[in-house]
Design a protein around this ligand. Structure first.
Ligand code: F6R
Length: 611
């Protein structure tokens, strides 16, 4: 949510920041802006995409080797030029870009107004930059001390980059909640919301921790806590490959990421399935395995697609490990007064590792002394650092805003964990354990098979692209897939879609069925097959349109449904990894045909770092 990039070095800052903003644009795309510090500080901003900003500034004076840029996902104030970042303080001493929310901005604003400060935007960031300036002028402080003092008065979340006109060879970065990473180059430094804009310049990075501030010059970096305690920076090497953050010939990141799934799933289980496929190793969980085996209950927390993966996890843990599981929306969990036992194990699932609601829910669980584990994709992100142990999905950077390969990677980890637990709890026979692992190993190949039907999905998309509503139905493991299919469609094509457990249809949604609304039914062969066939009959009896995802060679549903999308046979417990693929592609093609921006759907951002 909001992308931040800063640079100080000897190269021209403008192209570095523009390229960085393009890499960060998935975090927000309401407006973009840049400040270039070169004698004075020039600030340029524009509502719209980074490309609009680039066009807007093409004839401007952009010379300079120090600067910062921002791509915005609006929280306070509508997306317009005025509210775009950077923000400058009233007397021009300070410039700030900010990712996060200053929750007490209204109180601070009133205090500053009483001191004569005037505000020109609706943002909380303008309050912060003026607060810094107020302390700077009135306390006769250095820029660093003024920033630290101002941040001590702030409630909320921030990742900020600050420059002071009196100290033009310094950038100051600070974080609480919103991520920041510093790239260390040769006589130069980069500051960004994530590693994507940094990796093409340097692989040497320092992740800023909460309540840390960095005072950054070209060839010097000082790291401190906000209480002024000096820290030694922990330097790390990025494993990220630049190819992973490019489209690689695909029209959209989302399509690339859908097609990457055979590889991303292999990457997820690489080194974790033994060579002879007889065992599973999850190194990151070794020291908590005992707690997991004896856990009173598993609580799974997540948002959106990650919550859907959590639902699949619930079925897996219950069926195989025979453990009680609850799956909670992180945002609801944290604000209830949840009962958490110290022998509960909490699993937080998050692609970005930065979702504010999930992070706050983790805090709640930790306060009650539960063991908290993370399943995250972004290495070095906040959730892995806030949890007791965890497993990375290693799906590679997911840049399309709609989550695809992260979902299948999360489910893969959950399947491995459920299986490992069932082995250790003696709830599975050796034979079944080995068979399951072998079948998991076959999943990438089966996804490859499904992807070959892409043109078929495109044809179906062309028929239904103008529908106003879709219903998605599934039972058991396929209910979360129905939810995920509906979410994919609504978020990228803006078609209203609902996912339901198939049996619930007759308790209400059946009233919606007519000859205009496509009903997507996940109906592969498992123990509820007969029941789902009956559900399809019920839809057809009311002139409904049925698009059914079925097992290869299905002879029954192909006679009743309007369209069938065949998938290879697998265990029902692994079938969500296959059945979700046609649904992802169906949504993708519908959205493209409707002229939607699939990688950057309206109002959304990839990483939701505000509550
Ligand atoms: C949907 C989607 C979102 C995310 C949700 C959680 O396609 O991407 O629903 O799944 O915002 O994000 P993470 O997994 O980063 O915590």
């Amino acid at each position: 949510m909001c992308g931040i990039i800063g640079y100080i070095g000897s190269k021209q800052v403008y192209p570095i920041v523009i390229q960085g903003l393009k890499r960060l644009e998935y975090r927000g795309y309401d407006s973009a802006g840049m400040a270039i510090i070169n004698g004075d500080t020039k600030i340029y901003k524009k509502q719209g995409k980074v490309a609009d900003f680039e066009e807007h500034t093409k004839n401007f004076d952009v010379a300079g080797t120090v600067g910062m840029g921002h791509t915005r996902w609006a929280t306070h104030g509508e997306p317009n030029d005025m509210n775009a970042h950077p923000h400058r303080s009233e007397n021009g001493y300070f410039t700030v870009i900010h990712n996060g929310i200053i929750e007490n901005y209204a109180v601070l604003k009133r205090k500053l107004e009483a001191k004569g400060y005037k505000f020109h935007s609706d943002t909380d960031t303008e309050v912060l930059v003026n607060l810094i300036e107020y302390y700077y002028i009135n306390g006769n402080l250095s820029a660093e001390v003024a920033v630290r003092l101002a941040l001590s008065k702030v409630i909320g979340a921030y990742g900020i980059v600050v420059s002071c006109s009196k100290e033009p060879d310094t950038l100051i970065a600070a974080r609480k909640g919103s991520p920041l990473v510093i790239g260390v180059g040769n006589n130069e430094h980069f500051i960004a919301s994530d590693a994507a804009p940094i990796v093409e310049h340097t692989k040497t990075v320092i992740y800023l921790n909460n309540d840390n501030i960095a005072i950054i010059k070209r060839n010097e970096l000082t790291l401190k806590t906000l209480d002024n305690i000096k820290l030694s920076p922990q330097i790390q090497q990025l494993q990220l490959d630049i190819k992973a953050i490019e489209k690689d010939g695909y029209e959209h990141f989302m399509l690339k990421e859908i097609f990457e799934q055979p590889k991303s799933i292999r990457d997820t289980f690489r080194g974790r399935l033994s060579h002879d496929l007889t065992d599973i190793r999850l190194g990151g969980l070794l020291h908590v395995m005992d707690k997991l085996i004896r856990a009173r209950r598993i609580l799974i927390l997540g948002c959106g697609t990650s919550w859907h993966a959590g639902l699949v996890g619930e079925y897996l843990f219950e069926e195989y490990a025979r453990m009680p599981v609850e799956v909670e929306y992180a945002s609801e969990f944290r604000y209830r007064n949840p009962i958490v036992y110290s022998d509960d194990v909490v699993i937080a699932i998050s692609q970005s590792g930065e979702t504010a609601d999930t992070l706050s829910a983790i805090e709640v669980a930790k306060k009650d002394n539960a063991t908290v584990l993370g399943i995250c994709n972004v290495v070095g992100s906040s959730i892995p650092r806030e949890t007791h142990a965890g497993v990375y999905t290693h799906a590679g950077p997911e840049i399309g805003v709609a989550s695809t390969k992260a979902f299948t990677a999360q489910v893969t980890i959950l399947a491995m964990l459920a299986l490992k637990l069932s082995k250790q709890r003696n709830t599975i026979s050796d034979e079944d354990y080995h068979k399951f692992i072998s079948e998991l190993n076959n999943i990438p190949e089966k996804i490859d098979e499904i992807l070959q039907f892409n043109e078929e999905y495109k044809k179906i998309a062309a028929i239904y692209k103008d529908a106003s509503n879709f219903l998605y139905l599934g039972r058991g493991y396929y209910f979360p897939v129905a939810l995920e299919g509906a979410l994919k469609l609504k978020e990228i094509s803006y078609i209203h879609a609902e996912g339901y457990p198939a049996a619930e249809m007759k308790h209400g949604p059946i009233a919606l069925i007519d000859n205009k609304m496509p009903v997507v039914v996940i109906a592969t062969q498992d123990k509820s097959y007969e029941k789902i066939v009956s559900n399809i009959q019920e839809v057809k009896a009311r002139n409904g349109i049925v698009i059914a995802v079925v097992s290869k060679g299905d002879k029954v549903i192909s006679k009743i449904a309007d369209h069938v999308l065949e998938i290879p046979h697998t265990y029902p417990a692994l079938s969500s990894l296959l059945t979700v693929i046609p649904l992802q592609l169906l949504s993708y093609h519908i959205a493209v045909m409707r002229g939607c921006n699939v990688d950057q759907p309206r109002n959304l951002a990839k990483s939701v770092t505000v509550e």
